[in-house]
Design a protein around this ligand. Sequence first.
Ligand SMILES: [Zn+2]
Length: 99
Amino acid sequence: MDISEFQYMIWKTYRHHDEKRGLMKTYKWLVSEVEELGRALSKNNIDNIKEELADVLAWLSSVANLLKMDLEEVCIARYGAGCPKCRYIPCRCTYREKP
Ligand SMILES: [Zn+2]
């Protein structure tokens, strides 16, 4: 299963809920799942980390679905040719600790 297929599966599974909830509430749910991933990482709970990684990708897919955007397509457009800033693989940009 590639990213587009996963996104389509999420659309088939949750479209009715996601459309009812709307874009910004779905985005806020994505943010809460990212925070749950952070808590799982802090506890180094491998089973929980796996679950939260999947949840983050599922909710990210829901956001992309509501925007009618293909997640795989936008990821390839941005990262498919390497780092979006320096264009190299591996990236040659100066290392940064924080965003
Ligand atoms: Zn770079």
